[in-house]
Design a binder for this molecule. Structure first.
Ligand SMILES: Nc1ncnc2c1ncn2[C@@H]1O[C@H](COP(=O)(O)OP(=O)(O)O)[C@@H](O)[C@H]1O
Ligand SMILES: [Mg+2]
Length: 424
C-alpha cells in the first residue's frame, strides 16, 4: 500500500485517537487523509471508502474485536473496495490473539507494535481495485454500493425479515409500485422460493415465474430440467397495470436449482430496470445469501410484535455473518404503533441504534385492494400505508442514487397491460 495523496485511513475507538492518527500519518505519509470516530456503526460506513481501518480500544457500541471481525467481512464482501483492518489493543494476550484469528482478523498490534505492523501493511501490495484517490466526505453518507456487477446500473433492494406475516410481500409490492410511480423503471421479483404468494395476493391466474426466467422447470414426468435462460423481457409481465413482475416458482422443489442462478438473474434485471425489488421468504436459506450478495440494500421488515423485532435482530446478524455490510442494511417497522406495539425507537434500541423507518397500518383497504388486483388504488386514495411507502421509495432512491425517469408525484404510471395472465 503505497502512500498516495487522498488515501483514507479510518480510526475507531475513544482511546488513542490521536496516536492512531499520528502513527498512520507517520508510516503512510502526512498527506494521508485520516478520519476518526468512536462509534463502530459509523466506522463501518466510513470504511466503505477507506483503504486502512485501525480499530483501537474504547469503541462505544461494540467490542473492538467484533468490530474488526465485522470490518474484515465487510472488506471481503465489498468487491473492488477491499481495505485492510488492524486491531490495536492495550495488551496482546494469547486468548485475544486467538479470538481475533478465529474471527479472521490477521493484523493485531499493541500501540508500541503498531508502527511495525503499519510498515508491513504499507509495504504489501494494494488489494486489487482499491479506490485510487480523492475520497470525499460524502461517501460516509451513502451505503456502500456493490462496486462490481456485470449488467447495467440498476439497483437491487431485498425485502427480508425473520417472521412471516410482517408485511414483506405487501411492502415489496407497494415499494415497487411507488418506485414505478416516481418514474423509476422497476421489476418486482417474488423470490420466496418456498411459498411465494405475490401472484396469489394479486389474484393473478397465471404468471411467468422466476423458475422460467432462470431456465429451470419440470418435464412431463416431473423431473427437473435446466435449459438456457430466455430473455428476461420476454417473460416479465405488467401487473396491476403498472409494475413489471416475475412470480415465485410455485414449485418449492425447484428451489435448489434456482439457487446459484439468482445473481445472474439480478444482473440481467439491472440491465433492463433501474430498480429491482426482491421479495424474500421468512425461512432463511441459500437464496437469501445469494440475494443479499446481489443487493445494494437489504430492507429488514418488522411489525408491531416484539418477537418480530427479535427475529429481525437475528436475521440481521445472520446477514452480517453472510457478509452483508451494515451500511447496506436498513430497517423498518410496519403497522407501527398499532395496538400500542413496537415503535421505530424500540426497534432501533434493540438493533443497536440503527435507523429504523416506520410505516403505518393501512387498514382493511390494503387487503381489499391488493386482493382485487388494484393496489395502485391505495396511492390514488392516499392510503396512509401507500403514502408512507411513497416517502420510503423516495428516500431509498436518493440513498441508492437512482434517478427517476420523469417527474414524481404525478400519476404517470404506465397503463400498458402485457403478458399472459395479466387480467386488468
Ligand atoms: N401496513 C399494513 N396495513 C394493513 N395491512 C397490512 C399492512 N402490512 C401488511 N398487511 C397485511 O398483513 C398480511 C400479511 O402481510 P404479508 O405482506 O403477506 O406478510 P409477509 O410477506 O411478511 O408474510 C396481509 O394480509 C397484508 O395485506
Ligand atoms: Mg410474503
Amino acid at each position: 500500500m503505497g502512500a498516495s495523496a487522498g488515501q483514507m485511513v479510518v480510526c475507531c475507538g475513544s482511546a488513542y485517537a490521536n496516536p492512531l492518527v499520528r502513527h498512520a500519518k507517520q508510516v503512510l505519509g502526512k498527506e494521508v487523509a485520516c478520519s476518526w470516530t468512536p462509534i463502530g456503526i459509523d466506522c463501518r460506513q466510513r470504511a466503505a471508502g477507506a483503504q486502512l481501518v485501525l480499530v483501537g480500544p474504547g469503541v462505544s457500541d461494540v467490542e473492538p474485536v467484533n468490530l474488526a471481525a465485522a470490518l474484515v467481512k465487510d472488506a471481503r464482501s465489498n468487491v473492488g473496495r477491499d481495505f485492510r483492518v488492524v486491531l490495536v489493543v492495550n495488551e496482546l494476550t494469547g486468548s485475544l490473539a486467538s479470538r481475533a484469528h478465529a474471527a479472521g482478523v490477521e493484523q493485531v498490534a499493541t500501540m508500541e507494535g503498531l508502527p511495525s505492523v503499519l510498515s508491513e501493511v504499507a509495504s504489501t501490495p494494494e488489494p486489487p481495485g482499491s479506490l485510487p484517490a480523492a475520497l470525499s466526505a460524502d461517501i460516509v453518507e451513502k451505503p456502500a454500493m456493490k462496486a462490481v456487477r456485470s449488467g447495467g446500473n440498476g439497483r437491487v433492494v431485498s425485502i427480508v425479515g425473520g417472521r412471516g406475516g410482517v408485511g414483506k410481500s405487501t411492502i415489496s409490492l407497494l415499494l415497487a409500485l411507488a418506485a414505478q410511480r416516481l418514474g423509476i423503471s422497476t421489476l418486482l421479483i417474488d423470490l420466496d422460493l418456498q411459498f411465494g404468494d405475490l401472484a396469489y395476493l394479486l389474484d393473478l391466474e397465471a404468471s411467468h415465474t422466476v423458475a422460467e426466467a432462470v431456465g429451470v422447470g419440470l418435464d412431463e414426468a416431473g423431473s427437473p430440467t435446466v435449459s438456457s435462460a430466455p430473455p428476461l423481457l420476454d417473460l416479465v409481465q405488467t401487473v396491476a397495470g403498472e409494475v413489471s413482475f416475475l412470480a415465485a416458482p410455485g414449485l418449492p422443489e425447484l428451489g435448489d436449482l434456482i439457487v446459484g442462478r439468482v445473481g445472474d438473474l439480478c444482473a440481467r434485471a439491472c440491465s433492463a430496470f433501474s430498480m429491482t425489488v426482491l421479495n424474500l421468504g421468512s425461512t432463511w436459506g441459500d437464496v437469501h445469501a445469494e440475494a443479499l450478495e446481489a443487493s445494494d440494500l437489504a430492507l429488514f421488515v418488522m411489525d408491531q410484535r416484539g418477537t418480530s423485532v427479535e427475529a429481525c435482530r437475528q436475521a440481521s446478524a445472520l446477514a452480517r455473518r453472510l457478509g452483508m455490510p451494515g451500511a447496506r442494511c436498513s430497517y423498518l417497522v410496519n403497522r407501527c404503533g398499532q395496538r400500542g406495539g413496537v415503535t421505530g425507537l424500540d426497534a432501533s434500541l434493540a438493533l443497536g441504534g440503527a435507523h429504523v423507518y416506520e410505516l403505518p397500518d393501512g387498514g382493511r383497504a390494503v387487503d381489499d385492494l391488493v386482493g382485487a388486483g388494484c393496489p395502485g388504488q391505495l396511492f390514488e386514495q392516499e392510503n396512509p400505508l401507500a403514502q408512507g411507502v411513497l416517502d420510503l421509495a423516495r428516500r431509498l432512491a436518493g440513498m441508492l442514487g437512482v434517478e427517476p425517469l420523469r417527474d414524481s408525484g404525478e400519476n404517470t404510471a404506465r397503463r400498458r397491460i402485457t403478458g399472459r395472465g395479466a387480467r386488468r
